[in-house]
Design a protein. Structure first.
Length: 216
């Protein structure tokens, strides 16, 4: 089970080398998955609809927009009393940078079958990447922390808070001219089950877990 560890405890929790490798491989893979979905031109994940919308109004690449939004979201952690960890900061930076690096070497294929393949691969790899970085147990990503913080403060379910958050960012992204489509719908209905199914084999037990101190 996932452990609820502070930033220092995350570094002292054991299996550090393996956890760090899994964290950063997961984050880079996440950036690659976003690039695949962008090049499919069949729709993006909800937050990436917002990021793509921002690129229409500011001199930003989608990865740069992702980094900026991540740190803006983390400002909302302050009143929610959420504490960022190494994984939180790394999430905010590595995913955005790797997304732009991969996009620099990728182009949109003309074939619709190839575009569908890119979309399916992007969604599948993002589920794997999410399980990998969460399983490394270095803290929540910026958006996940906002979700859990709001749920705790409002007393609402995580499912409701996440749904409202993602609907909000999709609407804002669309108003800004962001890219949504079939891929956005497929992502919304599949990413949760995919991540949940892939998490158990990628969840690295920490010292706290071994002592029975984990939080579900």
């Amino acid at each position: 089970m996932l452990s609820e560890l502070g930033p220092v405890a995350q570094l002292r929790a054991g299996r550090l080398a393996r956890r760090l490798v899994q964290l950063y491989v997961g984050l880079v893979l996440y950036g690659f998955s976003i690039a695949l979905m962008v090049r499919s031109h069949l729709g993006l994940a909800p937050w990436d609809v917002l990021h793509s919308g921002l690129t229409k109004h500011f001199p930003l690449d989608i990865g740069q927009a992702l980094v900026i939004v991540s740190f803006v979201v983390m400002l909302a952690w302050i009143p929610l009393r959420e504490i960022p960890g190494l994984g939180t900061i790394s999430n905010a930076i590595v995913i955005g940078v790797s997304t732009d690096v991969f996009l620099a070497f990728m182009s949109r294929p003309d074939s619709i079958s190839l575009r569908i393949t890119l979309l399916a691969a992007g969604i599948g790899l993002q589920g794997l990447a999410t399980a990998a970085y969460i399983g490394a147990q270095f803290g929540r990503g910026p958006r996940d922390g906002l979700m859990t913080g709001l749920a705790r403060r409002t007393g609402r379910s995580l499912r409701l808070v996440r749904t409202l958050m993602e609907l909000t960012v999709v609407v804002i992204g669309l108003l800004l001219g962001g890219v949504a489509g079939l891929g956005t719908i497929l992502y919304a209905v599949s990413i949760g089950p995919l991540s949940q199914a892939l998490l158990p084999p990628l969840l690295i037990p920490t010292g706290e877990s071994a002592l029975g101190g984990d939080q579900g």
